[in-house]
Each structure stands twice: as C-alpha cells, then as structure tokens.
Write a protein that binds this ligand. Structure first.
Ligand SMILES: Nc1ncnc2c1ncn2[C@@H]1O[C@H](COP(=O)(O)OP(=O)(O)OP(=O)(O)O)[C@@H](O)[C@H]1O
Ligand SMILES: [Mg+2]
Length: 369
C-alpha cells in the first residue's frame, strides 16, 4: 500500500492525489509546535492538532465535530481552561481583538492569534504559541531600563533623606548628656544605631542600579542564616509565625558581601512574613530555611505557607516598583535580584496561590575554603 509520503510512479486518480496532499498537510499541521484549531462558519470544530489537544488535556476525538458550547460543557475540561476560553472568545469575537496573551497555570506565556475574514472562507483559525522565552527577554530589558532610571533618581532621594537623618543624629548627640543624667543613655544609643542602620539601608536599597561593588568575605552560610533569623525573631513573634532553620551537617562556605546578602535574605523573609500576615491568622505561619549544595553552588531555600502568588504577580515580582502592598516600595526583590546576580548567583521562585511560596537563592560555593 502507498505510504502518504511516497511518490508513486504510477498515475493516480485525482481523488487519491488530492487525498494524499491533504494527508500530507494535515500531518505537517499535526507536528507543528504551535497549537491550532479550526472552526467552520457554523462554529463547529473541524480540525485540531495534537499540540492544542495536549494543551486542553483532552483527546482530539472528543473535540472534533463539537461546537464551542459543547466543548465548554465537556466535563473533562478543567475550570481554569474553561474560564480562559470564554475570555478569549469574548475578546476576539465581541471586541474583535486579533491577539490575546495569557499566562497558564504553570506560568507559561502564550500568544493567541485568531484569523478570520475573507481569506478564511468563513472559517476561524485559532493558534497558540508559547512565547515564554520572548517574554523573559522582554522583561529583562524592561527591568534593566527601569533600574537605570531608578539609579538616576536614587542618588538624589538618598541625598535628601540622609540630610534630615544627619540633623536628627546631631541633635541626639547634643541631648545625650541630658539623657545620661536621667539614666536613659540606652535610648540615645538605640536611636543612633537605628539612624545608622537606616542610612545603610537607604544606600543599599536606593543605590540599586549600581550597588556598591561587593566587599567579599568568606563566611559560613549556616552562621549567616542564624544571624538573619536572630534579626527577624521579634517580628516573627508579632506576626505569629515560626521560623525554622534546618541544620546542615557539613559547613558550607561562600565568598560574599555579608551586608548585601543579609539584606537579600531579610527581604525574602520579610516578604514571607507579610504573606503569612495577609492570611489574617487563617493558619499557623511557618517559614522554613534550608540549605542544599552541589559541587558548584549552595542553594538557600526559603519556604513559607503564606498566601502565595497568582501568575501575574509571579511574572512581575522582580520588576522595580512592582508591589501589591499598600505601603510597599516594590524595590525589595528587584534589589535582591541585582545583588545575587552581582555575586554570580541566581534567584528563583515557585509559588502557588493559597498554598505558599519558595524562593531559592543559588550562590557559588567557595571551594577550597
Ligand atoms: N513570599 C511571598 N508570598 C507572596 N507574595 C510575595 C512573596 N514575596 C514577594 N511577593 C510579592 O512580590 C511583590 C514584590 O515584592 P518586593 O519585596 O519587591 O516589594 P514589596 O514587599 O511589595 O515592598 P517592600 O519590599 O518595599 O516592602 C510583593 O508586593 C508581593 O506581592
Ligand atoms: Mg518586600
């Protein structure tokens, strides 16, 4: 029997040859990495390729010949996909948009194109293409552009905030002898330490477009984490959450700017506490900090059982000024991203809305330390 790709030397009748060509093109469409489906002018699905059936998580035979309503009523179609299909239908058919972008449950970006009109003989062709890689490039460019702008304004803001702080510092020093007489010198000491800390934070947060070159020191990751947990203990107590550091048997060393990396871990732990706080006591808050290492990298995992993130927040959380909090600056994670990158590391995140979030910071291990 003739294979559909074999070229026959025998003359074939016109019906067979048309069928061969049809099969050949259908085969090509089946193998495309874009997902496609074709509805006829009556709204009936006449063609769907494997990729689209895979995306809908339904067999092609169950969909072919159905109209949109029948597809939506199919009990095997999951709720998330159903909602997305209705949204795409509204935008493309009623609002006549030819393109639609969506982020699926796993955070992949898709570009959906709808083609109809004269050239389609009344048919509607819907195609979906995975554009996650392009989106990432676009977001990195956007982030870098924003960071450059941030760099320009940060110098002046830092200057403006440091001026009043310097004045406060000066007056506290003048008041110090009086406080000493009242037996309250401890207050003056705390105020001065806190002003110095605020000054440091302003510089580290706002100078994010060119964070000062890391002043590297070789330290044990475990003791660094212990110090950070100590700093967050009182706040954790107030938020009603427990922070647990999973002990690591062999010591792991990294060459880092301690202040900068502490700032990154504090940002992430602080975000975790906020995410737990936003649950309004729905469950006991829990933050687990764990260490893992391979030959080259140490991985610091910070996992919380807070409110988690939706795909849109996940896609933007490293963007400067992106925040979902009323009093947030949206700078914490963009600065952290920059600091980790300057250390030759990476920061990644996995989150499920309603369940929790895990941040993983990978830093080059200091081998031979
Ligand atoms: N652990 C987490 N759980 C849920 N959402 C998070 C978590 N970490 C970050 N986010 C989301 O990412 C956004 C950006 O975080 P980022 O630290 O950059 O800024 P912020 O926390 O909003 O502001 P700031 O750091 O100035 O207080 C947050 O507003 C929040 O929506
Ligand atoms: Mg934050």
């Amino acid at each position: 029997m003739l294979n559909e790709f074999e070229v026959s030397l025998q003359p074939v009748d016109s019906f067979t040859s048309t069928q061969l060509v049809k099969n050949k093109y259908e085969n090509i469409l089946q193998q495309l990495d874009s997902a496609i489906m074709l509805f006829d002018s009556e709204g009936v699905l006449t063609f769907i390729n494997m990729q689209m059936a895979k995306l809908l998580e339904m067999p092609r035979v169950a969909l072919n010949g159905c109209n949109l309503l029948q597809i939506l009523q199919n009990p095997d179609l999951n709720r998330f996909k159903k909602k997305k299909i209705i949204k795409i239908y509204r935008e493309t058919i009623f609002q006549r948009k030819r393109y639609h972008e969506l982020i699926d449950e796993s955070g992949q970006h898709w570009l959906i194109t709808v083609t109809y009109g004269d050239q389609m003989d009344g048919d509607f062709l819907i195609s979906m293409k995975d554009v996650t890689d392009y989106k990432q490039i676009e977001q990195t460019a956007y982030r870098n552009d924003k960071l450059a702008t941030l760099g320009k304004i940060s110098a002046s803001i830092a200057h403006e905030i440091r001026n009043p702080l310097t004045a406060i510092r000066g007056f506290i020093q003048l008041l110090r002898p009086h406080l000493l007489q009242l037996g309250k010198d401890e207050y003056a000491r705390i105020i001065l330490t806190e002003i110095d800390r605020a000054n440091d934070i302003i510089y580290e947060f706002l100078n994010s477009s060119k964070p000062s070159a890391p002043q590297k020191k070789i330290v044990s990751v475990h003791s660094l984490l212990k110090e950070v947990i100590l700093l967050t203990e009182s706040e954790a107590l107030m938020t009603g959450c427990q922070i647990v550091l999973v002990e690591e048997s062999s010591p792991l060393y990294v060459s880092i700017d301690v202040k900068q990396i502490k700032q990154v871990i504090l940002n992430i732990v602080k975000n975790a506490m906020d995410a737990i706080d936003e649950l309004d006591g729905e469950r006991n808050g829990f933050i687990e900090i764990k260490l893992k290492a391979d030959k080259k990298y140490v991985q610091i995992s910070i996992r919380d059982n807070g409110r988690g993130m939706d795909p849109n927040t996940l896609a933007h959380l490293f963007d400067p000024f992106f925040t979902t909090k009323e009093g947030g600056t949206g700078l914490g994670l963009s600065v952290s991203y920059r600091i980790i990158r300057n250390h030759g590391g990476v920061i990644s995140v996995d989150s499920t809305k309603g369940i929790g979030t895990e941040f993983i910071i990978s830093l080059p291990l200091c081998t031979g330390c």
